[in-house]
Design a protein around this ligand. Sequence first.
Ligand code: GLA
Length: 827
Amino acid sequence: MAVINLRALQADHRPRLALSDEVHGLDAVARAQDTVVSGRRAAALDAARIVLPLGRMPETSRSESGADRAETGCYLALRDAAPPQFRVDRRLPRPNNGRGKSPKSASLCRPVNQGRVVNRPEESEMINPKVKCLIAAGWFALVACSPAYAQERTPAKRFNLVEWNGGKFVYGADYYPEHWDESQWAKDAEMMQAAGMNFVRLAEFAWVKMEPAEGKFDFAWLDRALKVLNAHGIKAVLGTPTASPPAWLYAKYPDIAAMDENGVHYRYGSRGNFCLHNPSFNAATRRIVTAMAEHYKNHPGVIGWQIDNELGDPACYDAVCRAAFQRWCRSKYKSLDALNKAWGTIFWGHTYLAWSEIPLPWNTLGKAHNPSLALDHRRFHSEATRDYLKLQVDILRRISPKQAITHNLMGMYDGVDYSRLAEPLDFIAWDNYPMFGENYANYFGPGLAHDLMRGAKNNQNFMVMEEQGGLPGWSEFWGRQAAPGLYRAWAYQAIAHGADGICYFRWRTSRYGTEQYWQGILDQDSYPNARYQIVAQTGKELGRLTDLLKGSTVASKVALLVSPDSRWAFHIQPLVKDFDYNRQLSLYYGAFRRAGHNVDVLFPQSDFAGYKLIVAPSLFVVDTKLAGKLTNFVKDGGTLVLTYRSGVKDENNVVTNRTLPGPLAELTGIVIHDFDPQTDQKQEVEDPQGDRYPAKVWFDILDPTFAETLATYGNSYYAGKAAVTRNHFGGGSVIYVGTEFASEDAYSKLARYLAPRTDMRLDSDLPEGVELAWREKGGKKIVFLINYTEKSQTVSLGESMQNALTGNVEPAQVELPAFDVKVLTAK
Ligand code: GLA
């Protein structure tokens, strides 16, 4: 047994308190983190003895056994967790004396800052017996037992945002008091309250203001801002400010900046520029998050936390990340033989004989990468992002377990597997900017993103942390201004899709910095403009709707299956230049929405039970587990839609040696011996009614084994061959669509064929630019009809309904004025 002694001395080198417990293995890592992470504990600690299972501390680049890895893990945890005034060294233990006694202590953690250690209030506190006891009980146990975490782990118990916000529908703005003169704060709070707001997000870029020098904290300004806001009935989520580290941190630790694929550090001046694995950055993160949590854990006006801001990019290519990737590979594959086999590294003779040889997918000649390595790197980066989020979550759970934790995700962004990132959070929040599209009548983009966000946490309601409050733009304005009514329409769209909170970005357009052209609700002059008026109208309406909405959820029978592995694999090898995975999702999504269906989004690990129809476009990467789940879904009576390039790759991003569609061949009742990637030729697909639809991008030429042919190709040497098939399998059926249609009509027809009846008794597709979506509570529907166009529209609902906003009865033929919204319930 190796013994690593952690000696954390005070600046004056005089120990205050001795603590010499022995802990083992993984628990040692947890204990070490817990001990070192808090400046208070570290300063009060003389020596904690960490016992690890092996006798050597390995070089990270060296070939390691599993047990060595545990040591390395512990070392890295210690190193990452240590406050900046300490340095953690590795020391070989003295040889065991053979009598089973631990070697004498070696100092592994000692002060490097010989100057004045900033006098934090917590440093004067001694570790008390209760805390010691809690440490011994284990950090993991603490985290697992916190009420909010327990809630997350029990799917039946869903986080209720309205309850969390004291019974009010969460409604507010992202507010930056630090950008404005303090004399403006009270007026801002008054205007917010007058607009029906009860919520703000604060501080997510204010690190330098809260920690103006290393270890020196100032929360007085934020306390004052909270006081003003709270006095107007406004509660806050605080952002941990790690997306924008202070200039002093980069000056002191230049390596915290992420490195690009060419080996160059991104320069200071933007934001989000950090290396997830950098020990100094992780230590700085722990310090600021701990300090914020300690300061605000009992603040009645702070109801929760947002971790960082839009985590995901950039991936970092520095030596620390490379070593971390090598460790990740080693932990996944256990042996180099297994890795070489899984990645097929014999191709071009890229076989690795040492873990340290494994590269990152950086700037190679011709940008050539082994696709298996590249897919694993995406997974690694996604997990590292989640680990970084979790690092912060764990601190907050431990210190302030009563406050909820979220993160602001980015909808369709796919650099991170959001279904995994969401796991440690109480609820998902996301940033909704519908004005990135030019055609505001096309509501499918934000609609799909809302549904994906809901799906990323098992269909639990979410909130929008940044709802578009004005025209976007950085160095120039992007797009065109939206009619004021659209800002209301988009808020209701979010709610219809499961949002229990709307927070506009931002309260007021900035006078300074990169985002001078990114409009808030107010402009710099604070005039209560048309956007403010419509936001205020919406706020008042939501106050009236809260009781109705509280506890309602989105119910759908149709679902889209999103495969993060397939999306990444297509990024790595895009197939043909026009291929776009997200466009395929939207084409099917739009068709079901036009037909009046609610649509859920599933991930491979989601529960498929209860759905009638699952559409899994271009399911490129399929492992046996997913193939088995889909088979069971169909056997149990479900309808599955698969599209071109399905079943091509295994989980290692290696092409199957089975006849396509590989593991899905039996299910689909077809085989594919030939395909035709997009060419200049015109292709069409003809259905049994003789309707012909243009097709593009890719043509799988289908040979039915058991399936029936639903449509055939119209041109080329494979004219007359199957393009769309249906196979009955068990109690259900599988549709395979071998191409992408270049016409929405084809998708609409397919959607009507697949799901002829919606829950809404619509007799035809909805008018263009009109959305219908609903939530349910106690078996009753709350229907949202939204008109995104500038003309009046009529929708035939088949029954008259009660208008929850006006109290009036709406006829079965509902008239929707331009940009208007109706919230309807059964009479
Ligand atoms: C993102 C960020 C915000 C802001 C807006 C506008 O959504 O989270 O901080 O920068 O974009 O640029």
